[in-house]
Design a binder for this molecule. Sequence first.
Ligand SMILES: Cc1cc2nc3c(=O)[nH]c(=O)nc-3n(C[C@H](O)[C@H](O)[C@H](O)COP(=O)(O)OP(=O)(O)OC[C@H]3O[C@@H](n4cnc5c(N)ncnc54)[C@H](O)[C@@H]3O)c2cc1C
Length: 252
Amino acid sequence: MAVTDPAAKEYERMSMFIVPKETAGVEILRNMGVGTHEAEGSHAYIRYSDVQVPKDHMLGPRGGAFVVAQTRLGGGRIHHAMRTIGQVRKAFDMMCERVLSRTTQGSRLADKQMVQEKIADSWMEIEQFRLLVLRTAWKIDRYKDYLKVRRDIAAVKALMPKVFHDVASRALYLHGSLGATGEMPFVEQVIQSFHMGLADGPTEVHKVTLARQVLRDYKATDDLFPSQHIPKLRAAALKKYADRIELEVANQ
Ligand SMILES: Cc1cc2nc3c(=O)[nH]c(=O)nc-3n(C[C@H](O)[C@H](O)[C@H](O)COP(=O)(O)OP(=O)(O)OC[C@H]3O[C@@H](n4cnc5c(N)ncnc54)[C@H](O)[C@@H]3O)c2cc1C
């Protein structure tokens, strides 16, 4: 993204470009690696010095970088959520198999109540998250407009790292030391849960978006007391009753 129209309105100043990495002036300083992965060609420090690309390398309209980015991010966020469901289901399945298989201190892990709580919590969290993701995907299909589904997308994005982290951590823990080794996927999953909290914007920002969107459906009361203040409701009910009696008397 680069500023192409500095005098335009705030969200219309930047344009998006495709820049082939062989272009003169593009310098990949180094790949930094993410999580447990060695520095491989995915995330890098890149320096652009007087880079020029032909006009047809512009992605979307001039000044439209934010629209292009948001279109990609709306879809990207729900895809992250869908992939996360697959990951947590995998961790959950492995956790269930393990607790049924491992016996310690005279009984299976599956028979110990504190273990059962972990299974129950994980199941409930996964199903809540899965249904929220499903409903959000359904709304995206229905409205075909990410702006109309902003609060739902923000909600799945904000919820995702916690569900991922909590289920993967329980699976790691219930596998004992084996769970903490590189022979099981859980360490990688826990690290990935932090990626999910950062990639496409940190959780806090999505919560702010969600709260702002939700509050649009409400308005402040112009009274000193809340609209559901019980004495106020009683007074309104009494007045309605008195009005009805008055009407009936008048009709007689
Ligand atoms: C695996 C991975 C892949 C990524 N892929 C891409 C990509 O493809 N393209 C791309 O452009 N970026 C990508 N990112 C970058 C990612 O979008 C940013 O790291 C993220 O938006 C946070 O920005 P930042 O790193 O500058 O942290 P900062 O903005 O400095 O935030 C640091 C922390 O401060 C807190 N914080 C920030 N803002 C607020 C707020 N408004 N209210 C309260 N607390 C706040 C949060 O705890 C946050 O984690 C990727 C990141 C990761 C980890």
